[in-house]
Design a protein around this ligand. Structure first.
Ligand code: ADP
Length: 802
């Protein structure tokens, strides 16, 4: 039904028009003015307009021209209705305003109806034509759509990648043939399972989570997933991407996705990363066992479910590291190795790899193969328990020698090894081999450095003379003993360095293997002084190593010891002889000895026995001092009383021509911090010596002096005196100025040594000074007791440095 718009300002006219046109059976719209007509035209699609010319406001012509100006209404036919304008100008104006007809009232209803129906018909025709055109366009579009769909599908089929599309809700609606071929599934199955049957189970949660997120946010989707390849039943890494296609409103109408195989690239990257990590780990250990254990640890689970490292030990292979994804199976694997050691002649496995130095790859361990390799039922059982699926074994080389093998096995993971895995394992083994080599080198260098350090720190002189007789090594002790710095020695011939070398070296015994040496004691002339050295040599390919030690001091000591033995024996023999002589005389019955002689002989026995006792006491005391085992009881001693007592006692047994006097002491001698008994022994000894070494008589004078914090005892004699250069030596153990007793004065050479040691232990000092004129003066200085220190204290003395 078409719309006819009737425009007239008079309702009765409108009514009349409606009456006239009613029979046409169309929809009649009426407007009572120009503005109203324009409004109606905005809302309705109108087939023809009947427009009154005379209207208040916009008249018919003005309304018509506005209608004609509008794009949407310009084509609508207008029939003017006018009661008055019959003249031509009016009519002409009507046509120029766009009228198709001009009807003058009063009009014949039939004529008007037929005119209107012509336009209605025209309108209907136009409508029909428009609809047909639209239909045609739609059809064409649909065809176009089909064609473009086909085109992109064709494109999709031509791609090497897997291509797919999905509905906005994520449901698959197309996959290319590659997808179906790759997974050996039908499109139906794939739609139903939504990839879940072809993606690796471990990757499924990630896939679902990301896909849901993409669908919810209409954001592009991207993921890395493993897809099962039906051809070899392996899982391969793919990069999956999908982009949403949206309409003009921004709603997703379709997802376009692709899965690209990135397996090889990913494995290469992983392998590279793995090797880099391996390098870092292998570099951290310098112990080859830890290095190999690290290799096994690295391999599991990254490239194997379990790994074993065996090294050559003599004729056999010994397992040094086993690692398993399942720690409980480590024991099982070890057990297998223990029970069934590798047969060195085996045609496959580690022994063969060891022999040939070539890696071995078994991509698929079939049941038949297992049975074939099993030694017995138990073996088969153990191997089955380990669930071996795929295996490879690579040689571990160090210093161009195969030193072991690395075995890698896939079990639980279901992985299968391929040639690229073998290459990776070989590279790992190569790097491990280098690490083992480095560890060994490092150890050797370290050992050498240590040996060099030892050589530098040992007390024995060590030097190396090469085949040409040139000194190649000269350690620090050699420098110290000989006083010859290394730079003056190395590179020179031995005889240039050591003048007596030529005469001495033939006497040195040179062993041909290190072992117990039999050193030779020889004199070496060094810078004008003679040193005694004990030398031994060991010859080797490039020369001879000599070790020597300075035994000059030891020789001197040895001399002293020999002297001592002579002295002490003499010292002991004299009183013993006197005791023996007296006793023998006393027991003789044929002699009638008078009372006086009897007593004289007995007192000789007593005195000589006492002398023997003193000598033995001195020896014991000296040895205890030397061993640092003498206890010192430091207390406050009255120096004056002590000195007086000692002087008094000495006076009782003086030779005729010797006198002993206590010469002087200050008024207020403070007490001294010392062990009273020991201090007394020191003073007695000095006084005894003063008397003893005044063989031609003389006066012995004793003085007490005080100085800052000390009390000094001075014992001066007029006896034999002591040469200045011997001032220190006489305090050494067993040292005597006249060891051969040319003057007939005996002694052990221990008295002054004991005195010095005792004085040192109370922080005092002892020394001797020659006296102007004749004899010498011995001084002993002991700390005075300060007010705070009057309490005695016991002290277990520590060994004192000489
Ligand atoms: P001994 O007297 O038993 O030999 P000492 O250790 O007491 O041992 O003395 C060491 C040496 O010092 C003595 O052998 C002696 O040569 C020398 N000597 C010690 N006291 C004197 C002294 N007053 N006058 C001269 N020589 C002394």
């Amino acid at each position: 039904m078409a719309n006819i718009l009737l425009v007239d300002d008079r309702p009765e006219n409108l009514l009349a028009l409606e009456g006239v046109l009613e029979p046409l059976g169309q929809s009649l719209l009426s407007a009572h003015c120009g503005e109203d007509a324009l409004r109606q035209l905005l809302q309705h699609d109108v087939a023809v307009i009947l427009l009154d010319v005379q209207m208040p406001g916009l008249d018919g012509f003005e309304t018509a021209s506005l209608i004609k100006q509008r794009e949407r209404t310009r084509h609508i036919p207008i029939i003017f209705l006018s009661a008055i304008s019959k003249d031509e100008t009016q009519i002409f104006r009507g046509y120029s305003a766009g009228a198709v007809d001009y009807v003058v009232k009063p009009f014949s209803p039939d004529v008007l109806r037929s005119k209107v129906s012509v336009f209605i018909e025209l309108h209907d025709k136009n409508e029909q034509l428009r609809r047909q055109t639209e239909l045609l366009k739609e059809q064409e579009l649909a065809e176009l759509r089909v064609e473009s769909e086909e085109r992109y599908r064709f494109l999709a089929e031509a791609q090497p990648d897997q291509i797919w599309t999905a509905q906005p809700n994520g449901a698959l609606d197309y996959v290319n043939q590659r997808v179906l071929d790759y997974s050996a599934t039908s499109f139906g199955e794939l739609v139903e399972s939504g990839w879940t049957t072809v993606v690796h189970p471990d990757d499924l949660p990630r896939m679902l989570e990301r896909w849901r997120h993409a669908l919810a946010t209409s954001q592009p989707y991207e993921n890395e997933l493993r897809f099962r390849r039906a051809a070899d039943d392996s899982y391969r890494w793919h990069l999956t991407r999908a982009l949403p296609m949206t309409n003009r409103r921004g709603d997703v109408v379709r997802w376009f996705g692709s899965n690209t195989d990135i397996h090889d690239q990913k494995r290469a990257e992983e392998a590279q990363r793995f090797l880099v990590e391996a390098g870092a780990v292998l570099g951290t250990s310098l112990d080859y066992r830890s290095t190999l254990a690290a290799v096994a640890k690295l391999a599991v689970p990254r490239i194997a479910d379990w790994a074993r490292v065996d090294v050559v030990d003599g004729e056999e292979l010994r397992t040094v590291a086993v690692e398993h994804v399942n720690p409980r199976k480590v024991e099982l694997a070890l057990e297998l190795g223990r029970r069934y050691p590798e047969n060195p002649d085996a045609e496959q496995g580690p022994p063969r790899v060891l022999r040939t130095g070539e890696g071995e790859l078994v991509p698929e361990i079939t049941e038949e193969r297992l049975t074939e390799l099993a030694v017995d039922d138990l073996h088969l059982g153990l191997v089955r328990e380990l669930g071996l699926q795929s295996y490879m074994c690579v040689p571990l080389s160090a210093h161009d020698r195969v030193v072991g093998v690395i075995s890698l096995v896939c079990a639980e993971s279901g992985r299968r090894y391929g040639s690229e895995d073998l290459a990776l394992a070989e590279e790992l083994a190569r790097r491990a081999g280098i690490a083992v080599e480095n560890a060994q080198l490092y150890r050797e260098v370290e050992e050498r450095a240590q040996a060099a350090r030892v050589l530098e720190t040992i007390g024995d002189g060590v030097f190396l003379v090469d085949d040409e007789g040139v000194v190649k090594l000269w350690n620090r002790a050699a420098e110290a003993i000989t006083g010859l710095p290394r730079e003056n020695v190395i590179g020179r011939r031995a005889e240039q360095v050591l003048p007596s070398w030529e005469s001495v070296s033939p006497r040195i015994r040179v062993a041909h293997a290190p072992g117990p040496a039999s050193p030779e004691t020889l004199p070496l002339e060094l810078e004008g002084r003679e040193r005694w050295v004990s030398v031994s040599g060991v010859g080797f390919d490039e020369g001879t190593v000599y070790a020597f030690r300075d035994i000059t001091e030891a020789r001197v000591l040895e001399q002293i010891r020999q002297d001592l033995v002579a002295t002490v024996s003499h010292e002991l023999r004299t009183p013993l002889a006197a005791i023996y002589g007296s006793a023998v005389t006393l027991v003789r019955e044929d002699l009638d000895l008078d009372e006086a002689l009897n007593r004289k002989l007995l007192s000789v026995i007593v005195e000589e026995a006492e002398r023997l006792g003193r000598i033995v006491n001195d020896l014991l005391l000296a040895s205890r001092l030397g061993a640092g085992r003498l206890e010192v009881q430091v207390g406050s001693c009255d120096a004056l009383a002590l000195t007086e007592g000692v002087v008094e006692a000495a006076r009782t047994h003086l030779p005729e021509d010797v006198t002993v006097e206590f010469e002087s002491a200050p008024d207020d001698v403070p007490p001294v911090a010392a062990d009273a008994e020991q201090l007394k022994q020191v003073l007695e000894n000095l006084l005894d010596n003063a008397v003893k070494y005044s063989p031609t008589g003389g006066d012995v004078r004793v003085r007490l002096e005080t100085a800052a914090g000390v009390v000094r005892f001075a014992i001066a004699d007029e006896g034999l005196g002591i040469p200045r250069r011997e001032q220190d030596r006489i305090f050494e153990k067993f040292s005597r100025l006249d060891p051969d007793m040319t003057r007939g004065i005996g002694g052990t050479g221990l008295g002054l040594y004991i005195a010095r040691e005792l004085v040192r232990r109370v922080n005092g000092r002892i020394w001797v000074e020659p006296k102007d004129g004749k004899g010498s003066t011995f001084y002993v200085e002991v700390p005075a007791v300060t007010a705070r220190e009057t309490r005695p204290k016991a002290h277990q003395e520590a060994p004192v440095a000489p």
